[in-house]
Design a protein around this ligand. Structure first.
Ligand code: ZN
Length: 442
């Protein structure tokens, strides 16, 4: 009897397994059709590896399935999320490692649900007409960011407009909000902010939206510093300049960095837009020529559709009003980065002044939530980067200041690219304090 039961049970198990296998094939077929199965990072373990020979270490890892989680690699260490099925093989390499994150999937889960945007029309602040602050309680999909920008603009109609600098490869708008003061649009020098060029750096989008919100709110209540700033400069704030990559992080792969461009030479997708700016593009060591690497620079300078849009927009402002201040907002690691990226020997002409301004911004940021941001020229502070935005906007578009920020958190141990939405408002508050300090001093 027992044997019979076991046998029936074994047969049931076999049937179940066959059904599971059939379902898997069906799912695989569907997946291939839609090319869109969402990547799960459940069980991926993140390791920090120190190394004196970066290239050799990369070679050692060549048979391991992992995702690189460096924001801007310093080439002295690697941050790798290793797939669960390769953990044993990885550990067998016997490397000297530290565990940064036990389970990347669990960190991503802490980002919470992507809430729909409900603040439209109904839930406006009755005094200001601005969207409800609950927008900043969660992360949002791309379309909702477009709606939010529209609602911001409609609360400030006489002093703002939305603009599409152009379209991404997949036809999404690189949209921004243009804000101006007393004398009307397009007269005063430009302040340009770009966010989320690296698609997985989610905290950067709501952080710049938070600051756009503050500018509008403060100008409307005639707060002196912001009134003076907006009367003297036009802001062009673009919360998502890599929309295809951003949508991909929501729908397919939370840790995607590049754009979504295919190349004939490779089956790997994506170019790092922030290695594709057509200036000092092919300086050795500052980017990768391999399409499968996260810092792939493209086949030729500026050969991404998003770059054509951004260089056009940036140069037209450079020619018309000039550019006072540019920021490319990134995450993570809490840095304030000045030119140059392409060389550790090249130095900006007003180095001491810029460092003094950056120190002020650092202190102002620290005064809000106590977080430490490190500041300095990119090449010395992190590592050489070529084809980057700040060098182009500084040298080619002649911006007076052209910086990049790496926002919170400081380390991958704190989640890296994936941090809970409770960080959004504090991140906005601290860098807004930094920006106010800069506006008061430049
Ligand atoms: Zn970045």
């Amino acid at each position: 009897m027992l044997t019979a039961l076991r046998s029936i049970s074994a047969t049931r198990t076999k049937i179940k397994n066959i059904i599971i296998i059939m379902k898997s094939f069906a799912a695989l077929a569907l997946g291939l059709q839609a090319v869109a199965a969402k990547v799960s990072y459940d069980g991926y373990k993140v390791f920090h590896i120190e190394t004196s020979d970066f290239e050799a270490m990369q070679a050692k890892l060549s048979d391991i399935e992992y995702v690189s989680l460096d924001c801007e690699s310093n080439h002295k260490s690697l941050e790798v999320a290793v797939a669960p099925q390769d953990l044993e093989a990885f550990e067998a390499l016997g490397l000297d490692v530290e565990v940064s994150i036990e389970d990347m999937g669990a960190e991503i889960a802490k980002e919470g649900d992507i809430k729909p945007y409900k603040a439209r029309k109904k839930a406006r602040d009755v005094c200001t007409g601005l969207p409800d602050m609950s927008w900043f309680d969660s992360y949002h999909v791309f379309e909702d960011h477009l709606d939010f920008l529209e609602d911001l603009q409609s609360a400030f109609v006489r002093n703002s407009e939305l603009f599409d600098a152009g379209l991404s490869l997949e036809g999404r708008p690189l949209r921004g909000i243009h804000l101006w003061g007393r004398d009307g649009p397009g007269i005063k020098p430009a302040i340009i902010w770009h966010a989320t060029v690296h698609a997985r750096e989610w905290i950067t989008t709501p952080t710049v939206e938070y600051m756009a919100y503050q500018i509008i709110r403060d100008y409307r209540i005639k707060e002196p510093l912001i009134t003076e700033t907006l009367d003297n400069y036009d802001f062009y704030i673009m919360p998502v300049i890599n929309p295809d990559g951003f949508v991909h992080t929501h729908e397919n792969d939370r840790l995607w960095r590049k754009n979504r461009q295919a190349r004939e030479s490779s089956s790997c997708i994506g170019t790092d837009i922030n290695r594709n700016w057509p200036h000092q593009w092919d300086v050795p060591g500052g980017s990768s020529t391999n399409p499968c690497v996260e810092t792939y620079r493209g086949e030729s300078p500026g050969d991404t559709p998003e770059m054509a849009v951004m260089t056009n927009h940036t140069l037209s402002l450079a020619e018309s009003t000039g550019i006072k201040f540019y920021v490319d907002w990134h995450s993570y690691s809490q840095l304030i980065l000045l030119p140059y990226g392409y060389s550790c020997d090249a130095m900006v002409k007003d180095f001491d002044t810029q460092m003094e301004l950056a120190r002020g911004v650092r202190d102002a940021i620290r005064s809000v939530n106590g977080l430490d941001f490190v500041y300095g020229p990119t090449c010395e502070t992190i590592y050489q980067t070529s084809g980057g935005s700040m060098d182009y906007v500084y040298d080619v578009a002649n911006a007076e200041l052209s910086w990049a920020f790496e926002l919170r958190p400081q380390s991958p141990r704190q989640g890296g690219f994936a941090i809970p939405p409770e960080n959004i408002i504090p991140s906005g508050e601290e860098v807004w304090a930094g920006m106010r300090n800069l506006f008061a001093n430049f």
